[in-house]
Unconditional design. Sequence first.
Length: 424
Amino acid sequence: MRVFVLSKEGIPLMPTTPRRARLWLKARRAKVVRHEPFTIQLHFETTSYTQSVTIAHGETLLQAEVHLRTDISEKLTRRHTYRRTRRSRKTRYRAPRYNNRTRKAGWLPPSVSSKLAATLKAVRFAASLLPVRQVNVEIASFDTQKMRNPEITGAAYQQGTLFGYQMREYLLEKWQRMCAYCGAKDTPLQVEHIVPQGRGGSDRVDNLTLACAPCNQRKGTKTAGEFGFPQIQAQACFPMRDAAHVSSLKTALLAQLTRQFGEQQVQVRFGYQTKYQRIQVLKLSKSHAHDAVAIACELGKVVTPLSVVWQMRCLPRGSYQRFNGKRSEHKVWAPRKVKGWRLYELVEAKGQHGYIGGRRENGSFVVKDLMSGKTLVEVAPSKLLRLRRPSQGWLMRRLPASYLGAKEDGPSSLSYNKGVYVPQ
Ligand SMILES: [Zn+2]
């Protein structure tokens, strides 16, 4: 457990131990700037001694799961419906807008652009706590260019363990994660030689396919053609089509990160490297947080993940155009605070922990579950006990890494290790 430290000027320094932070605070040499995660700011000048120690011991400093918003599309549909019905009511004139819009180059659908913005926001948040020198991003499960390079598909297959991982990811993608002969899914698949090795078949990727154990057994020493699958034999020669799987979100994210941190500071990772690092080097089980640790640390370097993971939920700003537009008739706004309470504050009510999800006119507050968003209780505000306020647009909560209740639609993980910084 580390305490995050900001310099006198507010620039993040290397985190320190709680003990030292306590001494600084006691001596009035520092002040608390944030409680979650605990961050202090120094009152005295420091030389930037920070970087020289970073690479020494592999230690994870901050581990977080970021829950992106999934309500954008639904909310925009609702807004569209409201606008539609408002047209026929007595209301201000709205120019028809169905046909006078062009989409700029690089346009992303609102739901995707929200995810992009939130991911960048999360990276900036981490960079406000730690001296981030490098950002590692996983963009696809394997490196298409490497797979197409004949030198690698040839000899390296027999040699590199890392390549074994890459090849398996590639085959899973190329053969759609099923047995090439019977189409069986969700069974253990084996890497299978289309022309068997015993009959001169090579180890190159284009001679490989996936088969379930029974099919592999039955095929024996036959070639795929002899086994009754000439189309597989034919398909084998063609490498997979190019990187259509690198989606627009990932491309945009990479471009924006590069713009913010510089080209040298952003490193692209592939899923096979993550998998290799997580299983072979770190020996960790499958989880978002563990994957993030594997992405963040240098290949081959051992770091220990933290036992706690921050759960960060991206919050809407709530600046709805309906009422707060320049020419809106009404300037109606639910006050930021009702009886001293804001939305999304973490509270305890009737023994349950949740966040304020709604404040009803009849005076009762709706407390919702942090992970599922389901209503837990409805109580009067006087019954609430404040645990934490959201900070910088994030609802944050620290949970043990073993906590598995968090099964929202796939949170994307961020993790920052000491191992990723480049010493200066
Ligand atoms: Zn099969």
